[in-house]
Design a protein around this ligand. Structure first.
Ligand code: SF4
Ligand code: SF4
Length: 301
């Protein structure tokens, strides 16, 4: 099964993606149905990236924590060299099939990931210059093993998206896609992200349950001014927490003011940071002076 694609990657030789971009009004001929000869062929050889919302839905379906889900069912990958990480579904041990594939079909069907819902459509994220919002465009994926293209059913891409329930998934992944586009657009101008910021991005986007622990930590609540009602939602609702996380990352990684902070705590922290900086500068000055004395004494001897 194919994944969603970036417009920059297309068209490429040998790709099963038909190199013709379309909008949602385009008609396609396709139907996947139980009993079709190629049943499960697409789930036997997977390369599926997950969005943060995919993870929320799957971990809830399996009734496990996001940390456990990431450990058992995913592998991380680099969305761009030296950049932020993405997460893919981990296939079965020593094979390429999806762990959720059964003879009857997908065992997590009601909560299957975005890429599985979209198939055989490839979602292309297009960004207009100087904009951080993406515009969707689509292409058709035609793989030899998939016989759904020979079924006598025609519908538009938008109808297919509705049927597969991707609208909600796209809506809830928008903040995450924007963060990635923003990071890609800022490129080398803000330099290589620090290890800490990469870890933060990973935790906030993919490991919701660990992020929740972070949000209720003393350091966080001391600095961020979250109204009680909102905090209650963050503690009980994974999707709300995920959306809050996207806002939080905009603030931390790109300096946008998206979450109120307690000014007194911020001022105290700034004071502490400045004090530490002054102390480091004083130590560096002392060291330089000591080194200079050493050189002077050596020259005198
Ligand atoms: S999650 Fe379901 S639909 Fe997606 S690859 Fe796995 S078995 Fe197939
Ligand atoms: S028709 Fe295509 S999507 Fe459906 S089971 Fe066959 S290979 Fe998979």
């Amino acid at each position: 099964m194919t994944d969603t694609y970036n417009a920059a990657d297309l068209p490429f030789t040998g790709s099963p993606v038909v190199p013709e971009m379309s909008d949602g009004n385009k008609n396609i001929q396709f139907q996947c149905r139980k009993g079709i000869t190629c049943w499960n062929a697409c789930c036997s050889n997977i390369d599926i990236s997950l969005t943060p919302y995919d993870i929320v839905r799957l971990k809830q379906h399996l009734d496990i924590s996001s940390t456990e889900f990431l450990h058992k069912y995913t592998v991380p990958y680099e969305l761009e060299p030296n950049g932020i990480a993405g997460v893919k579904l981990r296939p079965i041990e020593n094979g390429s099939a999806c762990q959720f594939m059964t003879a009857e079909g997908c065992s997590v069907y009601a909560d299957r990931p975005t890429a599985c819902r979209y198939y055989p459509i490839a979602l292309l994220s297009m960004r207009k210059q100087d904009e951080y919002t993406d515009t969707a465009s689509y292409a058709l994926v035609k793989e030899d093993h998939c016989l759904g293209h020979q079924e006598p059913r025609s519908l538009t891409i938008d109808e297919y998206r509705k049927e597969q329930g991707v609208e909600e998934y796209d809506e809830l992944a928008r903040g995450w896609r924007q963060l990635i586009l923003k990071k890609k657009s800022s490129g080398p101008s803000i330099g290589k992200p620090t290890k800490r910021s990469l870890q933060l991005f990973f935790m906030v986007c993919y490991d919701t349950d660990r992020f929740r622990e972070f949000v209720i930590s003393e350091g966080f609540t001391e600095l961020y001014d979250i109204p009680a009602d909102e905090m209650r939602k963050l503690l009980t609702d994974d999707t709300e927490l995920m959306l809050f996380g996207f806002r939080f990352l905009k603030q931390v990684l790109f300096g946008e003011n998206t979450i109120a902070i307690h000014q007194a705590t911020a001022a105290k922290r700034m004071e502490r940071a400045q004090g530490k900086l002054q102390q480091l500068e004083a130590e560096a000055r002392e060291k330089r002076a000591a080194d200079a004395d050493g050189i002077y004494e050596n020259e005198e001897q």
